[in-house]
Each structure stands twice: as C-alpha cells, then as structure tokens.
Design a protein around this ligand. Structure first.
Ligand SMILES: [Zn+2]
Length: 245
C-alpha cells in the first residue's frame, strides 16, 4: 500500500518524518497552480510521476527509480508508453529549475530527490507575487485622502521637508497649511501628489493661480533665490507629473 492511501484509509497516522496529508494535498495543488507555469507541460508530466512515486508512495522525497519505469506511467500522443530516452529529454527543464536532483546512479536506476513545489525557487517567486497582490487591496476613497486625514497631513509635511514649497520657509506641525497643486475648482483631488505643504501667507496669495507661475512670482519678489526657484519648480513639476498618472 502507498503511504498516502494508508493514511486515507486510517491504517496509519502520518509519520513525523514524512509529509502530512494536508501538506500533500496542498503541494499537489501547487503543481498545477505554479509548477505548470515554470516548466514545459511535458516536464510537468514527468515531475507528476516522480512526485507520485516519492511523496505519495513513500511520503518522502527520495526514491530509486529507472527512467524506464517513469516512462511506463506516461503515454505519448499516439497512445504508446514512452521509453527512457524520451523521459530523459524532458529532464533538463526539471534540473534547471531545481525541481529534482539525481544524487547518484545505481545500475540502471537513479537515486533521485524530488523537491516539493513550495521548495522550488521559481514556484516560490510566483507564490510571493500572488501573496503581495492579494495584500494590495484597492484603495478606498478615504485612503487616498491626504488633505483631511490628520496622520496623512503630517506625511505630506515630512515629504516636503517641513517647509513651504513656494517660499521655503521652515514650518512646524503648529503652523503649516496644506495646498492643492491643482485647485479643487479645477478638478484637483486630495491624493498625495496633489497636496503640498505651504505657509499661510503663500497659501492665501497663491489662491487658484498656476503653482509654477506662483513660484516665479515669489522669485521676482526675491522671496526665494534663483537656485531655490529652479529646485522648487522641478519639485512641483515632478508632483504634477505624478498627479497626472
Ligand atoms: Zn510660503
């Protein structure tokens, strides 16, 4: 009897040094879900046979098997059992992705380690990717709001270096105001790249004028140097470009 069949029948409990039933079921699912995206279809079939002969039959990843036996489980498109040379042609794909390793040859049989899908690096990458995507839930309207949320207002203040982006005056949590680069009246949102730190004076004087024009105005009035004007202009234009995305 095979190890997994015995567990299913209740003849034995899963052994501590072997795979548990839950893990076996999970890893089997990973073959179709991840491994089939990593190696070619024909290599997946060979892997499935090896996975069966090892993890299903014995509950362990090490087996001794001749390639001809592996082939005896697989049928070609014409319906014939495939021979050992055909099996061997499909192996490089499995070696390359570290799905299996041949530890040594014993006569015409091979001592093979069959790695579980979750231990195969390329499968791991796909799993991690899926996990990250699952975590990145779409933002709700409120989560995009950097204008009214008190914590996010401070994020903007820190991003802008605790200073007015129009005149570079240093600002604190007590005296900063937030300004919309694209005014709300012109379709501006409360999203991060449209919200900037300003001093009360600049905020009032700018009103709804173009932010780059307003910077130029501050430069003409000698509130900022030419270097500051150019630097702040770059900064504002970068934010405007991000907002447009
Ligand atoms: Zn200012």
């Amino acid at each position: 009897m095979a190890y997994i069949t015995d567990i299913l029948k209740g003849t034995i409990q899963s052994l501590p040094d072997r795979i548990s039933l839950d893990r076996y079921v999970q890893e089997s699912a990973f073959i179709t879900r991840y491994l089939s995206r990593v190696v070619k279809d024909k290599a997946v079939v060979v892997y499935q046979v090896l996975f069966h002969l090892s993890w299903f039959e014995t509950g362990k990843g090490e087996i001794i098997v001749p390639w001809a036996r592996v082939g005896s489980f697989i049928r070609s498109e014409q319906g014939n059992i495939i021979d050992h040379t055909t099996v061997k042609r499909r192996l490089p794909d499995l070696f390359e992705h570290n799905c299996i390793a041949v530890n040594r040859q014993r006569g015409n049989a091979n001592e093979i380690s069959v790695h579980l899908p979750s231990d195969i690096p390329a499968c791991r990458v796909l799993m991690d990717q899926e996990e990250r995507e699952a975590r990145a839930e779409p933002l709700t309207k409120d989560e995009r709001d950097y204008y009214t949320d008190p914590g996010r207002r401070l994020v903007v203040l820190a991003r802008d270096g605790h200073s007015c982006i129009y005149c570079t005056t240093a600002l604190t949590e007590e005296n900063f105001v937030l300004d919309h680069l694209v005014p709300v009246a012109k379709g501006g949102t409360n999203r991060k790249h449209n919200i900037v730190t300003a001093c009360d004076d600049c905020n009032r004087r700018r009103s709804d004028s173009d932010p780059v024009q307003f910077l130029r105005e501050n430069y003409r009035q000698q509130l900022i140097s030419q270097g500051e004007f150019l630097r702040q202009k770059d900064y504002v234009e970068a934010l405007l470009a991000e907002s447009a995305c």
